[in-house]
Design a protein around this ligand. Structure first.
Ligand code: HEC
Length: 102
């Protein structure tokens, strides 16, 4: 009985790990051209737009998901994130984490 319960649980855990793709830095750099029209790649703040370089990938992903689902209420970032999937968000997080503020 215990084994019958444990097996589906173990499979569920393995699946949730597999569904979190590791970010592809090169793909993130490619996608970032859209972001850096607003966010300075040097980490400088410009016109109320916050710096996004040097954030931990997990904080970066959390922020983008919060805009995407409306938990963070910002129309600009909601539009930007509406077209991004998990793979794109992970790639962007990985790329921006490689930059350091000047
Ligand atoms: C049209 C301008 C614009 C574009 C393009 C844009 N952003 Fe933003 N972004 C903003 C603004 C403004 C905020 C602050 C919103 C707020 O007040 O919550 C923000 C906030 C953020 C934050 C949260 C930062 C923090 O410290 O909380 C992240 C992360 C972010 N943007 C990532 C991105 C990424 C990745 C892209 C490209 C896919 C992108 N942005 C494109 C204007 C933009």
């Amino acid at each position: 009985m215990a084994a019958a319960v444990a097996l589906p649980l173990a499979l569920g855990v393995a699946r949730s790990w597999a569904s979190e793709p590791a970010g592809d830095v090169a793909y993130g750099e490619y996608l970032s051209t859209e972001c850096v029209t607003c966010h300075r790649p040097t980490g400088a703040t410009s016109g109320g737009i916050p710096p996004i370089v040097g954030l931990s990938p997990s904080a970066f992903v959390d922020a983008l998901l919060a805009y995407k689902d409306g938990q963070r209420d910002n129309q600009v970032m909601r539009n930007v994130t509406s077209v991004l999937g998990a793979e794109e968000i992970a790639a962007l997080a990985a790329y921006f984490a490689t930059l350091s503020p000047d």
